[in-house]
Design a protein around this ligand. Structure first.
Ligand SMILES: [Zn+2]
Length: 685
């Protein structure tokens, strides 16, 4: 169960998030240090101009075995393996010393939270007792009027049923929060799993029904009733799925931009008492206007509230409680929950409990943990050096915008204004979150998670109408990831991403500018100008600042990139979805070109070093980029990612954009006709 928080546009693959970062200082001695470019990973029998991903990473892949508890291995896991030892020591220290900490202090709460998670014997003894009051409340729903208060109560505890409520930036006044109502409430990872008609999708739906049946029987329901309820739930969620937009449709910001008044909402979805709902979720002021992200979805939810049998509703709500609580209940539920999720990840066994507890604690009390983590591991000098690389990227991108021949001066001026106003957060927040209102007590861990969700809800639910908190971070400090937020027009790089293998102040410019410069900073910056980000202006407002001709050029070039990625095989017979991955692919391409320019500036400033391991700075640059995507994933995960992940597989994140970059061909002497040299390349940033 994760706290309800706004979706961010994280830039490493899904299902790899919440892994934690490496600590160079403390982890030394435990595991060998990582290098930004490691020549031992290079497959010297491969040809750089044929398959650069294989060349840069092939020797590593040949000897890598994905551990049973993981769905992939590579950069993120290597960094997290080192770092988790540090974070574990922070948490174990907090747990051991909590008795001596003042009750109610953040260290006391942190230690109590982790200790209650680690108490596996208490979880075994309790069975489903900790969530029995929730299930009883659902079973007591006897009239349609009682549905919405129950939905509200569950949402506030982190059980996202029926739809999503969230205060997000107003698309037309990004400096203020607005109520957003959005689609949600599915149990499978994407709406497409309910609508696809191929045999594999049919089989997965059957397995989903069997899984729900098993979960209900483990919770004490008679088998026949459990099977009947499971079928009702699949039918119910299929209704929600059919009314949901696809991930590709939602990439277009205008598709989810529907300013709506309270009166219009009442007309569109008249069965639901919206004033009652907003009161139930704790809003203290009436809601006069909102963004109804997917109006057709809410029409369907309203009709389900009006017509779906109450028994079907109760079964649906009960299952979702079991689903989010299962990881923290007794072993039979934990194991069944894992077995079903493994169909999508390919993992063979559960992570050790301490790792699961560590990640949940990071998700729920991330800034309490992050504060202790930074104090141990991330000195101000590391932050300053990383900022210097990011600043070089900004200068290099501005120079590229000045040089673009296809762009009119009118659009160019606005692009440069947006770049100039783009914010950045590097390392850790200037102010740490106040957890004084969070409750964390001895007892069942699942109850502490629910309390953490309730804390997050209360912290954010009443934001509509207030100024956006520009100091807030969307991911935690130890996370190996980064994001660009179009509504705030800012890039965010947590400390967890700013250590080897990503970045090493001791490494050469070629390696650092390829990895941190191109793969991270240049990529994030380009998101401000990808197929989605370009629709937002310098202030984060949804506003078209492009001339018609420039917009047409961009769309034509982006379509070429869609076609390029559609041609790549993801796994088996599945192709990459070029439309779903377009924003990330534009980010990668822009990142590579910008990082390269930034390297040239750094070399002019710092001087050209001698060859390192026989490679020029430019070759080290492309190796740094390619090795930053050193990932080896199970087929089951790659299949899931086709549907849910806006990132192409790492092999194509390397070979796709590099084969579009003449700078790469020049660095490695590739010739026309080589697979890594495409004859027709997109002209974007
Ligand atoms: Zn990205």
């Amino acid at each position: 169960m994760l706290p309800v928080r706004s979706e961010r546009r994280v830039c490493r693959a899904l299902l790899l998030t919440f892994v934690l970062c490496a600590c160079r200082v403390t982890a030394q001695g435990a595991l060998p240090p990582l290098k930004v470019v490691d020549r031992l990973w290079i497959d010297t029998t491969a040809r750089a101009c044929t398959d650069f991903f294989q060349y840069a990473n092939g020797a590593w892949i040949a000897h890598d075995t994905i551990p049973a508890a993981y769905s992939s291995s590579g950069v993120a896991r290597d960094m997290s393996d080192r770092n988790e030892l540090v974070v574990r020591s922070v948490l174990e220290d907090a747990a051991a010393r909590r008795a001596s900490q003042p009750a109610g202090s953040t260290p006391h709460k942190l230690g109590t939270f982790y200790a209650s998670c680690m108490d596996s014997s208490a979880a075994e003894a309790a069975g489903i007792d900790p969530i029995r009051p929730w299930l009883t409340a659902i079973d007591s729903i006897a009239t349609r009027d009682q549905l919405i208060p129950q939905i509200a109560a569950l949402q506030m505890r982190g059980v996202t049923v029926a739809f999503r409520y969230g205060p997000e930036a107003d698309p037309h006044d990004a400096a203020h929060y607005l109520v957003w109502l959005s689609q949600g409430g599915l149990g499978l990872p994407d709406r497409d799993y309910y609508t696809k008609t191929d045999p594999q999708s049919d089989s997965l739906r059957q397995q989903y029904v069997e899984h729900i049946t098993k979960m209900f029987t483990l919770a004490g329901e008679p088998a026949a009733q459990a099977a009947t309820d499971a079928a009702l739930i699949l039918a119910f969620e299929t209704e929600l799925a059919r009314a949901s937009l696809t991930r590709v449709e939602r990439r277009e910001p205008s598709a989810t931009d529907h300013p709506t008044t309270a009166a219009e909402l009442a007309t569109l979805a008249p069965t639901i008492s919206w004033t009652g709902y907003f009161r139930a979720i704790g809003l203290t002021a009436p809601v006069a206007r909102l963004n109804l992200a997917e109006p057709a979805f809410f029409k369907r939810v309203d009709s389900l509230v009006n017509t779906a049998p109450l028994g079907q509703w109760r079964a649906y709500l009960r299952y979702h409680v079991l689903d989010v609580a299962a990881p923290w209940l007794s072993s039979p539920l934990v194991d069944e929950d894992f077995a079903f999720s493994a169909k999508f990840t390919g993992a063979k066994e559960l992570l050790p409990r301490w790792k699961r507890c560590l990640r949940e604690t990071d998700g729920d009390l991330g800034e309490a943990l992050g504060e202790a983590y930074v104090a141990k591991t991330f000195p101000p000098a590391a932050r300053a050096r990383a900022k210097a690389v990011i600043d070089d990227i900004r200068v290099a991108f501005a120079a590229r915008v000045h040089r673009l021949t296809w762009m009119s001066d009118s659009t160019r001026t606005q692009a440069l204004d947006k770049l100039g106003k783009m914010g950045e957060k590097v390392g850790y927040p200037d102010h740490w979150r106040d957890y004084s209102k969070l409750e964390s007590v001895d007892g069942p861990f699942v109850s502490n998670v629910a309390r953490a969700n309730a804390f997050e809800w209360q912290r954010t639910a009443n934001r509509p109408g207030t100024p956006v908190d520009t100091t807030e971070w969307g991911i935690t400090v130890p996370t190996v990831n980064a994001y660009y937020d179009p509504e705030r027009n800012e890039m965010v790089f947590p400390a967890g991403a700013l250590v080897p293998q990503t970045f090493d102040p001791q490494a050469d410019d070629g390696a650092n500018y390829g990895s941190l410069g191109g793969s991270w900073a240049g990529h994030e910056l380009t998101h401000g100008f990808d197929d989605e980000g370009r629709h937002y202006d310098a202030h984060g407002n949804l506003r078209d600042w492009w001339t018609a001709a420039d917009s047409a050029h961009f769309t034509t070039q982006a379509d070429r990139m869609v076609a390029q990625f559609n041609s790549y095989i993801q796994v088996d017979t599945f192709h990459v979805n070029g439309r779903l991955t377009l924003g990330e692919n534009i980010g990668d391409f822009g990142g590579i070109l910008t990082g390269y320019d930034a390297l040239q500036r750094a070399l002019a400033r710092n001087g050209r070093p001698k060859l390192i391991d026989g490679y020029t700075p430019e070759q080290r640059y492309f190796l740094g980029y390619a090795q930053s995507w050193r990932v080896h994933a199970r087929d089951a995960l790659l299949r899931t990612r086709v549907t849910v992940d806006p990132h192409a597989p790492e092999r194509w994140r390397v070979n796709g954009p590099l084969s579009d970059a003449p700078e790469f061909a020049k660095a490695f002497g590739c010739k026309p006709g080589d697979p890594m040299v495409r004859s027709s390349v997109p002209q974007i940033w």
